[in-house]
Write a protein of this length. Structure first.
Length: 352
């Protein structure tokens, strides 16, 4: 009986299976056709030759007008569309609207700028985004004012002055425009952190030694680039009168010199559990970064601070001291005299 029932049901089963197979085959043909149509349509679209990009200053002063030019795409007929949020457009120029002039608002913020490159319906568009940070009065907070000041007669800039040990020190990094560059080759970077100078630019290529006996270099008249002995005098005073060696890493000294400052609301020195910033001498060390490649590359801002000694290591190299945000030490190193741009603090014997 089982055999009879199976064979009795057989024709219906095979008919149903045949219909199901035909249905699946037709669906496969439809899907293949759709896929082919999609491929045919997609194959007509081409990619632009190259990718759009543009350079921006990392920092710009509030109210400053900057000019931005898109490049990188060589496809004929390419045009550009800009998106710049809260920034104010001053003008757009160029055959493809590739150049735009923008005014930086008075608000302290980070501003993204986006450009879209298009070359007609036959091409995919391409997008690039960059950003800049506005700088103005109030950008730096938490930097205490010094009781004494000095006005540089060369440009009228005013520097706080603190006395530590046997020396008067600038309480800010030097920002004299006769040499060096601001971070990112910007005046806004110089406004924040002072200028960066190679050792040769800072000292005029002249090494010096002895307390208060550094070369004037880029400092105002009556002031000098700190010697190894000047730095050691600072560290001894901060270390409670305990002698230190110039070539040592000065443990715990950096945290007493670092400013607990903020830049546009964020810490200049990122938090580290190993560093208790006190700035008890008002020396106001900031993480101003460094430069290299003849002031064409900039790095380490908001992470490291570097300061020159006017004492050379040898005929090719000179010493600098540095602070890293994650350690409380004021360390020492050396590099080629034209190999790096670092900050400068000016000093003089006290009571001068």
């Amino acid at each position: 009986m089982k055999t009879e029932r199976v064979w009795a049901a057989g024709p219906k089963f095979f008919k149903t299976a045949k219909l199901l197979a035909l249905f699946m085959l037709s669906m496969a043909l439809v899907m293949t056709s759709c896929s082919k149509d999609d491929e045919d349509e997609g194959s007509d679209m081409k990619y632009l030759e190259g990718s759009p990009r543009f350079d921006l200053p990392i920092y710009a002063m509030c109210g400053e007008i900057i000019e931005v030019t898109a490049s990188g795409v060589s496809t004929e007929g390419t045009s550009y569309t800009w998106a710049f949020g809260a920034l104010d457009s001053v003008s757009v120029s160029g055959a493809g609207k590739e150049t735009i002039r923008l005014r930086i608002p008075d608000s302290l913020a980070t501003y993204p700028i986006t450009v879209t490159a298009n070359a007609g319906d036959d091409y995919y568009s391409a997008i690039y985004t960059n950003k800049l940070i506005s700088v103005g009065e109030g950008s730096l907070t938490g930097v205490p004012a010094s009781g004494n000041t000095f006005t540089d007669p060369r440009d009228g800039k005013v520097y706080g002055v603190v006395t530590v040990g046997n020396l008067d020190w600038f309480a800010q990094n030097l920002n004299w425009a006769g040499a060096g560059e601001g971070y990112g080759k910007t005046e806004a970077g110089a406004y924040l952190f002072g200028r960066l100078y190679t050792w040769n630019d800072a000292t005029g290529g002249v090494s010096a030694s002895g307390l208060g006996n550094g070369v004037q270099g880029v400092c105002p008249e009556g002031w000098s680039i700190p010697t190894a002995e000047d730095w050691t005098d600072l560290a001894k005073a901060v270390n409670g009168g305990v002698e230190v060696e110039f070539k040592d890493d000065w443990k715990g000294i950096a945290s007493k010199l670092m400013a607990k400052a903020k830049f546009n609301g964020s810490w200049v020195w990122p938090y580290s559990p190993d560093v208790n910033i006190t700035n008890e001498y008002g020396w106001n060390a900031l993480a101003g970064g460094s430069s290299s490649n003849e002031y064409n590359h900039f790095s380490n801002v908001l992470s490291y601070g570097f300061w020159w000694s006017s004492t050379e290591r040898d005929s090719n190299n000179a010493y600098y001291r540095y602070i890293f945000s994650e350690f409380p030490n004021f360390s020492v190193n050396s590099c080629l005299k034209d190999g790096m741009g670092a900050s400068v603090r000016c000093v003089r014997l006290k009571n001068n």
